[in-house]
Design a protein around this ligand. Structure first.
Ligand code: DGL
Length: 259
């Protein structure tokens, strides 16, 4: 086994990150866990999400993953509170690398952040951005309908457009917007269209994949067999996973805990 990467999210959002990881590290085996049974994470308590993280991490570690990617902002926002995680060689969240990217762009002054209620109410982005640069103005806005909407397949249609418009029109004038949920890259084009390309968008997939490449060693496997586990089989997960990883992938159902 040569450094398999375990990636998880509540559902299809983490697939945006997993597919970027596959592009950057094609010879690494990927094991994905979509916790579709507990979706959306954004409405769950911190305690519940911490328990999901523990159970899924243990599962991925048992499946010989050496690197863990928490491909969910809601889970990443409570990750510092989780103790006793298995001893992965590296653990990557989806918040730190994106914050670093924003900070490095010194032209930005007014930053919007959208995400689930869990992520926004944690104020993790505001804190990290202002710790690095207190003069940045940060406007956080919860957009809780977006992840379930995307999960249900409302993406490039008038329903999505209306919901996106409703939420984004509540933001003040900004130079940049952080898409603080891994589901949102799936509606990035629509968000960009709303702002007519005038607001710089930041999201996790390539930024996180890029930071992971610095942590993993070269693999020995040339043709790694990826695995996709879900806690509940859903059509939407199957469709999106096939879109990103090809028709031939098989979903395997695993229930890890009864809560
Ligand atoms: N994709 C997730 C995130 O980045 C979770 C969305 C949800 O399940 O609420 O927060």
């Amino acid at each position: 086994m040569s450094g398999a990467v375990g990636v998880f999210d509540s559902g299809i959002g983490g697939l945006t990150v997993a597919s970027a990881i596959k592009k950057h590290l094609p010879n690494h085996k990927l094991i994905y866990f979509g916790d579709t049974l507990h979706l959306p994470y954004g409405d769950k308590s911190s305690e519940n999400i911490q328990n999901y993280i523990k159970a899924i991490s243990a599962f991925l570690f048992e499946h010989k993953c050496q690197h863990l990617v928490v491909a969910c902002n809601s889970a990443s926002s409570v990750l510092p509170m989780v103790s006793g995680l298995p001893s992965f060689r590296s653990i990557t969240n989806v918040i730190d690398p994106v914050v670093e990217c924003v900070i490095n762009d010194t032209s930005l002054k007014r930053i919007g952040v959208i995400g689930t209620k869990r992520t926004i109410n944690s104020h993790v982005y505001q804190q990290q951005l202002n710790d690095a640069n207190p003069s940045l103005e940060v406007f956080e806005h919860a957009t809780p309908l977006l992840a379930p909407m995307i999960e249900e397949g409302f993406i490039h249609d008038s329903i999505a457009e209306k919901v996106i418009h409703e939420y984004l029109s509540e933001l003040p004038e900004i130079d940049a917007l952080i898409l603080g949920c891994t589901h949102y890259p799936l509606i990035r084009k629509e968000i960009d269209a709303y702002f007519e390309g005038k607001v710089k968008l930041f999201d996790a997939p390539d930024v996180v994949a890029n930071s992971l490449t610095k942590l993993v060693e070269s693999p020995k496997d040339d043709e790694p067999q990826d695995h996709f586990y879900v806690s509940d089989l859903t059509k939407s997960f199957e469709k999106t996973a096939q879109l990103f990883f090809g028709e031939s992938i098989q979903l395997e159902k695993r229930i890890l805990f009864n809560f």
